[in-house]
Design a binder for this molecule. Sequence first.
Ligand code: PXL
Length: 269
Amino acid sequence: MKPKKVLTIAGSDCSGGAGIQADLKTFQERDVYGMSVVTVLVAMKPDTWAHVVKPVDLEMIREQFATILPGIGADAAKTGMLPTVPIIELVGELLAASAVPHLVIDPVMVCKGTSEALFPENTQAMIKHLLPIAEVVTPNSFEAAQLAGMDELHNEQDVQDAARRIHDHGVRNVVIKAARIFPDRALDVLFDGNSFQRWEGPRLNSSWTHGAGCSFSACIAAELAKGTGVSAAVATAHDFVKAALREGFPLNRHVGPLYHKALAKSGRG
Ligand code: PXL
C-alpha cells in the first residue's frame, strides 16, 4: 500500500535533534512518507552552543513548496521554525492556496537551551497568517502565553484561558504542552472550541529533551494524514514523545535528543 505523504515546513537543525531532522525521523517511525521545505539553516557554536540562524531566501522557499504542492501532493503538513515575517506571510499564502487537507502549526519561538524568544515580532504574523487556516496549533506554555497575549501560565486555569484566547484566533484545535507548569507532572491539554481533554503523566527528569516539541507536532500531522481524528492523534503523539523522552540520550555536553525508535522497540508503536 502506498504510504500517506506528509510535508514539514521548518528549519534544519544540523545537530539532528530538532527541526526538519526530528520531523523526518518521526514521520519514518509513524509510517508516512516525509517531505520537507527548509525555511532556515541553524548551526550551533561548538563551545557555547549559541545558535547561528540563516533564513532561506523567499524564492527558494517558493520553489521547494511548488515541488511538493502542486508537484507531488501531501495528505498533511506541519510548520516549525519560520524565522521572519515575510517567510510567515509567504508560507501562509502558499498553504492557504494549496488547500492541504490537514495543517498543524508548531509556533516555534524558542530553542531549548536558549532563554529568549528567537523572533518575538513573528507572533502577530503567525496569528494573522497561520492560525486562521490551521487544524491544530501546538504551543508550549511560553508560546501559548505569547499567542494568547497573557503573562506566564502558572496553573491549569491559565492554560485553559490561554487555549480559549488562542482558539479565538481561528484555529480549530489548540494543544498546549504544559510540561513546565507543574514540578512533578507533564500535562498536554486539547481544546476544540467546546471542551477540554487532558493527558497527564509524571514529569520525566531528563535533560535530553531536544526536539520533543517538533516530534510531537510531526506525530500529530502523521496521524491526521492517516485519517485519525484530532483527539486520537494527540493521544498517540503524547505516548510517542513520552516513550522517546524516556530513552533520550546526550549528544555532547550541551544537548541530547529523544530516541525516536523507542515506541516501536517496545512493540506498542
Ligand atoms: O526545538 C526548536 C527548534 C526548531 N527548529 C529548529 C531548531 C530548534 C532548536 O534548536 O534548531 C531548526
